[in-house]
Every structure is written in C-alpha cells, then in structure tokens.
Design a binder for this molecule. Structure first.
Ligand code: UDP
Length: 241
C-alpha cells in the first residue's frame, strides 16, 4: 500500500492527550497515539507534530479571569512543551526516533526551532515535535500547524479530534448533527465551523494545504488517512481539487 502523502503535519490538541478526564496527560492515551504514529513512520512517511496545550492551560481562559493576555498566552505555550515532552517519551519508549523543537528557546530540554534542521530530521525518519506554538502570544497551535506545514512543505495537515469529522452541530450534544465529507476553506470560514481558527484556516487556504479532520481515538486512523481512505472530513480549495 502506497501512502498518499510523504510529509505531513499532525495537529494534536492538548485534549487529545488527556483521555476521558479532559485535563492533564493520560500516559495510556499518549502511548496509543504513539503506536499509531509508529505505523506510518514504518511506511516511511515523514511526520511532524504540532501539539496544543489546552489540557493544561488556555491563554484566553486565563486572560478572562483578569490575567494579562500575553502573559497567559506564554503560559499556554509553555504548557505545549510539557505535552511535547510527554509525546516524545511515549514515542521513544516504542523505538521511534524523535526531536522536540521549541519556538521559545529552552536549551536544556529541546532544540530551538530551525526550519532546515527540522526538515533534515524528517528526511532521516525522525518525528519532529514542535512545542511552544509560534512563540508569539495571540496565536494558537492551529495557526502553528498551518505555519509549520507551509514552512516545511508538508502536503497535508491531519487534524486529530475526538469526533470523526466536522459536523453541522456538536454530535456529542445534538443527535441530528450531520457529518460533512468535504468542505472548502471558505465554507469553514463562512459557516464558522469548528475545524481550526480563522487565522489558521486562512493560512491553509492561501498556501493550498489540505486538511483532514479525523477521530484519533480509533486505532489505525492516522494510517487510514495517510493511505487516502475516505474517513473523516476533507477540507480543501474547491470541488475539483
Ligand atoms: N499559544 C500562543 N501562541 C501560539 C500557540 C499557542 O499564545 O503560537 C497559547 C495560547 O494561550 C493557547 C495555548 O497556548 O491558548 C494552548 O494552545 P491551544 O489552545 O492552541 O491548544 P489546543 O487547543 O490545541 O490544546
């Protein structure tokens, strides 16, 4: 089976590491995600990960409680580094080579983000985990995924969720919610769908980076997306792409 993509960015939200508790890191969940990643690395797919921090800290929530937004956002970025190290540990334990690169320098724990170095690691079959977001407050890790994907010339972004695609409404709350198989970036923006934030969606649109929204909690789904199986929701430029 030939992979459809050779180089991809996997966006993992903080929540995807939290398991059912909804906060913190569940080592069992990190381990099962690592197993899925290993499957595609063995197919010689180059995979970079952008990890969120919402399971530990959300900047917007902090600033809503009276904290300075930029300070709260820096805390959020540090939270993503904690997740990056947890993922690194889970991957290395099952024999996957990794490097963590952070947008805020942290010499004792990770490499600094250097684009060409990240690409070289990928060529060598290492999983590169990007921590600390873009390094700038007022951004999200969705935007980081779009930015890094454009920079490292990734062919697609895999948006890992706990539901199996994009729905007309929250499927966990509304039983009548319908799943979209395909969407355009413009539809995502106009309908205000919960795929990624508007800044990130625009960046993907401007750089023509396709998105796949899929359920990470089902084993083997990363591989299915890479092989081009039609699971989840595809977001792209238009009807003919
Ligand atoms: N963040 C930021 N700049 C970035 C990326 C992240 O300030 O470039 C902060 C922001 O406060 C955000 C937090 O880090 O709320 C965690 O990231 P995010 O909410 O994107 O994580 P996820 O929802 O994917 O878990």
């Amino acid at each position: 089976m030939t992979p459809k993509y050779r180089r991809v960015v996997l966006k993992l939200s903080g929540e995807s590491l939290a398991g059912d508790k909804g906060y913190g890191i569940d080592p069992q969940v990190a381990y099962s995600i690592a197993e899925q990643i290993k499957e595609v690395i063995e197919m010689r797919v180059q995979l970079a990960i952008v990890v969120g921090g919402g399971n530990i800290w959300r900047g917007v929530a902090g600033s809503a409680k009276g904290m300075d937004r930029a300070a709260a956002d820096y805390m959020g970025m540090l939270a993503t580094v904690i997740n990056a190290l947890a993922l690194q540990d889970a991957l290395e334990k099952i024999g996957v080579d990794t490097r963590v690169q952070t947008a805020i320098e942290m010499k004792a724990v990770a490499e600094a983000y250097i684009r060409r170095r990240a690409m070289r690691h990928l060529e060598k079959g290492r999983v590169v985990i990007f921590g600390a977001g873009t390094g700038n407050p007022y951004f999200s890790t969705d935007t980081t995924a779009a930015l890094r994907a454009a920079e490292i010339e990734a062919e697609a972004i895999l948006m890992a969720k706990r539901v199996d695609g994009v729905y007309t409404d929250d499927p966990l709350k509304n039983a009548d919610a319908k799943k979209y198989d395909r969407l355009t970036y413009i539809e995502v923006l106009n309908k205000g769908l919960q795929v990624m934030d508007a800044t990130a969606t625009s960046l993907c649109m401007d750089n023509n980076i396709p998105l796949y929204v899929f359920n990470i909690t089902r084993k083997g789904n990363i591989k299915r997306v890479i092989l081009g199986e039609k699971i989840g929701t595809y977001v792209g430029g238009g009807a003919n792409d």
